[in-house]
Ligand binder design. Sequence first.
Ligand code: RM4
Ligand code: MN
Ligand code: MN
Length: 432
Amino acid sequence: MNFADPRDANYIASANKSHASALAADYTALGVQLQRRGISIDEITRKVAEFRVAIPSWGVGTGGTRFGRFPGQGEPRNVFEKLEDCAVIHKLTAATPTVSLHIPWDRTDDFTALREHAAALGLGFDAMNSNTFQDQPGQPLSYKFGSLTHTDPAVRAQAVQHNIDCITFGKTLGSHALTVWIGDGANFPGQSHLGRAFERYLESMASIYKALPADWRMFIEHKMYEPAFYATVIQDWGSSLMAAQTLGPKAFCLVDLGHHAPNVNIEMIVARLVHAQRLGGFHFNDSKYGDDDLDAGSIEPFRLFLVFNELVEAELAKAPNFSPAHMLDQSHNVTDPIESLMTSAIELQRAYAQALIVERTRLHEYRIGNDVLMAAQTLKRGFTTDVAPILAQARVSRGGAIDPVAAYRDSAYRQRCAQARPGKQSLGGGIV
Ligand code: RM4
Ligand code: MN
Ligand code: MN
C-alpha cells in the first residue's frame, strides 16, 4: 500500500486536480443561479471560508455506548497523537484550526511542549473542558453523588480546584475559555433538594469564576439528562441563563444540540440567548432519540439550518456580545472519527452557506405582510439550494481538499496509523 501524508499541501493539490474542472463548472452554474437572486457567490464563499469550528480532542478516538466500545484501527493513544489527527482534519477541510481539550483525558506533564507540538501542526486551542463526572485514579474524593453541587463541601472544593487547574493549563496553551458541564443531579425523587443543589452550584461556580483571567469566558453547558436520570442540576437553558446572569459578564451559555428533549425548538433557544447577550457557543452534533453525540447534520439538517439562520440574523444585526464559539462534540462508534469530523465540519459550513443565501429583504417583507406561505418558502429556498460548490471552493481558497474524505482515504493515513499505533483492545462501555 502506498502511503501519502494528507497534511502535505502538494498531496492535496494533486488530489484536487481530478475534481477541478467539474468544480469550476458547478461553481459557475451556481453563481449564475444566485446572481438571479441578487447574491454574489464570491461574497458567500469568502464568508464560508472564514468559518471555523473546533475539534473535540475526545472525538478523534472511537467512542462507545453503555453496552460496549469497538475500538477502531490506529486510534490515537495520547493527546499528542490526537493532535496529529486533528491536523489531518484541518489541512483537508481548512475549517478546524483549533482543538478543544478535555482534562484529565488530555492531561500531560508538559503543556508547553503540547502547545509547541500544536503550533508545529498549525493548530491552536479552543475552550478547555473540565471533567468532574468521572473519578480518576488516585483521586481522594468521589464524584459518585455529585461534584460542584455535592452535599460535602470537601468534594465541592476538590471539583472547584479541578476547574481552576483547567484554567491554569489552558493559560499555558493559549486557550481563552472554560466549558463546565457537570453530570450532577438525582436519579430518584427525594434524592436531593432541587433548590439547594442549584445554590451550591452557584457558590462553587462563583469560586471558579473568580479564577478566570480577564480575557477568558466561561461557558455553562446544560444537558437535560444523563447520567442523572430524574433531575439534572443544570438541565436546561433556563438554569444555564440564570447561572450566567448570576455569575457575571464573563459567563455565557453553551448550547449542545444533543442536550434537549426530542422536538425542542433549539433555534428558539438560540434566539433568546442572543437577546440576553449570553450565547457563548455551541457543541454541534445531532440526535434522534436519547443519544446526544451523532454526527452534525446527519439526522436533522433542517434544524441545523434553522440554528444557523438565527446566527446569521444575529451576525447581520450586529447583536451585542455576539461571538459564539463553535465546537463539535461527537462520539463516533461505527465510522472513522476523522471522516466523521471532517464531514460534520462541512455540514456546519453547509448550514451556514444556506443561511447566508436566504433572501432576507424578501423574507422580511413577507413577514411584515403576513404572507406566511411565501415567508416559509423564502426561508426554505436557502435550505434547498445545493451549496456544495461554494463549500468546495471555500476549501480550495484555503488550501483544503475539494473532496476531503476521498483525499483522506487515498492517502491511507489510517492504515499507516494502524501500523504506527498498535492499539490496546479495550472492552466494556464508556462514552469515550
Ligand atoms: C457530555 C457533554 C460534554 C462532553 C461530555 C463528554 O454529554 O456533552 O460537553 O464533554 O459529554
Ligand atoms: Mn457537549
Ligand atoms: Mn453530550
